[in-house]
Design a protein around this ligand. Structure first.
Ligand SMILES: [Zn+2]
Length: 60
């Protein structure tokens, strides 16, 4: 069925320590917890939540 293959669907990134976890399922990143610090994770490449900007966004 939905077995993990070589390539994950996406990556989740910890908003705190920055650890990156491959995502093989349909589970959204925000329901996952960081394996290191246990905080909420976010989808890689997603914009950070508003209100916590560290400066102007870098647009490529
Ligand atoms: Zn973390």
């Amino acid at each position: 069925m939905n077995r993990p293959r070589g390539r994950p669907r996406a990556h989740c990134v910890c908003t705190s320590c920055g650890v990156k976890v491959p995502l093989y399922t349909d589970v959204p990143c925000y329901v996952m917890s960081c394996p290191k610090c246990g905080l909420t994770m976010t989808k890689e490449g997603a914009k950070p939540p508003a209100g916590d900007d560290q400066g102007p966004n870098i647009i490529r």
